[in-house]
Design a binder for this molecule. Sequence first.
Ligand code: DOR
Ligand code: ZN
Ligand code: ZN
Length: 355
Amino acid sequence: MIKFPGLIDIHVHLREPGAEYKEDFSTGTAAALAGGITTVFAMPNTDPPILDQASFSAAAALAEAKACCDYGIYLGAAEHNARDAAEVSNLAAGLKLYLDATYGSLLLENLSSWTDHFEHWPRSRPIVAHAEQKTLAALLTFSYIYQRPVHICHVSRKDEILLIKEAKRRGIPVTCEVAPHHLFLTEEDGKNMDSGRASVSPRLASLSDQQALWENLEVIDCIASDHAPHTLKEKDGNHAPPGFPGVETTLPLLLNAMQEDRLAKEDIIQKMFVNPKRIFSIPDQQDTWVEIDETHSYELTGPELFTKVKWTPFEGKRVQGLVRRVVIRGETVFQDGECLAQPGFGKNIRRNNPV
Ligand code: DOR
Ligand code: ZN
Ligand code: ZN
């Protein structure tokens, strides 16, 4: 048996409110526990999106009643909500900037709205962004000009990780995360999947992009699932939405890579505990840990997952390393395939912990 601290996934889409048929706070957080994750940060591209006090409070009330693990909730940046968003910044996990088009209605098209958000959002609180290619370069310029930290979501390409490496070397306060599907799948794997199922944003990349991520592990601050559940009916239909479920397969995939000597236990702890805690000022969870049977090998398969959508792009992949038990605040919340936490057990990490 090996032990980990309660791991943190700073990037999940829990779909509530608005698309509870894909996921909700209970199923998504139970899935997190099954994957050894004790804190998740929920993204704001819900329906309606989380943009102000009213929409934030509505989502927070649902989470408070339903979450099985601890959580934070991001506010979304829109063209005209910089003031409204900043007003609730003390309760939010951070501010999410959608700088490239993706799933949902949030997108900051005008430079003036970028400026607005950088001017209004308090400096001590996190800003995270979906920013690919030239958009990434533009955001790094903002980080430099405003001299404030930005965190880049799901970096997927060689040129992007190398640019971030160089930015860090020159003292720009940037951090980044990589998603497991970009570490463990390439566009070649995508060709062997139905095209709708392989759709994800950022898309699966080339082998050389994937290798660059592994060669620059020290540049990657966090690993986060970008858990983005859509039903198989949607994925296999016309106009498949982008996204993979992933919150409960991330740790098993990393444990398997650990068995293959591709990364160390300490890397997992750094990227899913130490660094997220530091970057997002996440308080300690007392008496919280995850127990792993590192000898147990099994196949990942959709029907056995806790996510409502019951599929995985890693279907049939054999992994070694099973989450046996998860304890939060001294209570066993997951054991041997069963979620034991009651909906409502999870706490908002910002409540009573202002940053
Ligand atoms: O693939 C993705 N799905 N990328 C995103 O940026 C959004 C997400 C979603 O919400 O489905
Ligand atoms: Zn994104
Ligand atoms: Zn996302």
